[in-house]
Design a protein around this ligand. Structure first.
Ligand SMILES: Cc1cc2nc3c(=O)[nH]c(=O)nc-3n(C[C@H](O)[C@H](O)[C@H](O)COP(=O)(O)OP(=O)(O)OC[C@H]3O[C@@H](n4cnc5c(N)ncnc54)[C@H](O)[C@@H]3O)c2cc1C
Length: 235
């Protein structure tokens, strides 16, 4: 775990558990080759998960704040610097606008998003705006989804649940089984948006993924055949 986040998790006393990585991994190098199975390696550092999911971190931090200082379902649209404060304008889900005065504002959004969706007074300098527009966001071309299964069936076949594809659209698959293994297990996948480029600029191709139904016998079919059609919420 990233050191500062690990310190915060420890300070808040949140229980963690290691992400399962026991077993073999599957790697798809190119579209004309079947995915290959390799012996898994010990992760260093070990990937960790929070009991209750990452949302628990947000909930615990938020619980120490006064309720009136939280704005949910609200979008920050404008920041105005006055003589002695910063005026923050929020638009609530129903469209109502609210201005909040603050001595300091910390923005926790990608700079590109800030530049594209918010207004500032005084206006951002062109050099700053250009820098924000040009600052890439970690994982921006990726999306994530969870496929939920009744049990981690891939483990029966000696697979860790870890798979990677250079072909896409699924780029990475991990075993995201929750802490309470009796609950439905989930495989988590990152997939690459069609038409987007990889971080090195290589265009992505809409080829079949390791989860494709077009599996040959050489492919570990366990990754492609859900043990259950019934998904249930986890955590
Ligand atoms: C496919 C994928 C896989 C990843 N895998 C991992 C992993 O394995 N391990 C790991 O540690 N990290 C991983 N990450 C990265 C991790 O998800 C991010 O680093 C983390 O979510 C960033 O948190 P954040 O609070 O900075 O931003 P976000 O989680 O993006 O939160 C920003 C929030 O701001 C809200 N917002 C946007 N505009 C406004 C506005 N104008 N006003 C008010 N609110 C606004 C958004 O709705 C959102 O809720 C992955 C990311 C992706 C996409």
């Amino acid at each position: 775990m990233q050191a500062q986040l690990a310190a915060l998790v420890g300070e808040l006393g949140l229980p963690t558990f290691p992400q399962n990585s026991d077993g073999d991994v599957v790697f798809q190098r190119m579209s004309r080759e079947a995915p290959q199975r390799y012996r898994g390696m010990t992760q260093e550092p070990q990937s960790m998960r929070l009991v209750g999911g990452m949302g628990i971190l947000v909930r615990v931090i938020a619980s120490s704040l006064p309720a009136e200082s939280l704005r949910l379902d609200s979008r920050l649209t404008r920041l105005t610097l006055t003589d002695d404060a910063v005026e923050a304008r929020f638009v609530e889900a129903g469209g109502t606008e609210e201005n909040v005065s603050a001595s300091h504002v910390i923005l926790a959004l990608p700079p590109r998003l800030l530049e594209a969706t918010m207004s500032f007074s005084p206006a951002l300098g062109e050099a700053t705006a250009a820098r924000w527009r040009g600052t890439p966001t970690w994982m921006a071309p990726h999306a994530k989804f969870f496929a939920l299964y009744d049990r981690p069936f891939w483990r029966d076949a000696g697979l860790s649940g870890t798979a990677q594809s250079m072909v896409g659209p699924l780029a990475e698959i991990h075993d995201a089984t929750t802490a309470a293994e009796r609950l439905p297990c989930s495989g988590s996948s990152a997939f690459h948006r069609p038409g987007a480029s990889w971080s090195d600029g290589t265009p992505s191709s809409p080829l079949r993924s390791v989860n494709s139904s077009r599996c040959s016998d050489r492919r570990p079919a366990h990754l492609s055949r859900p043990c259950s059609r019934t998904g249930r919420p986890t955590l």
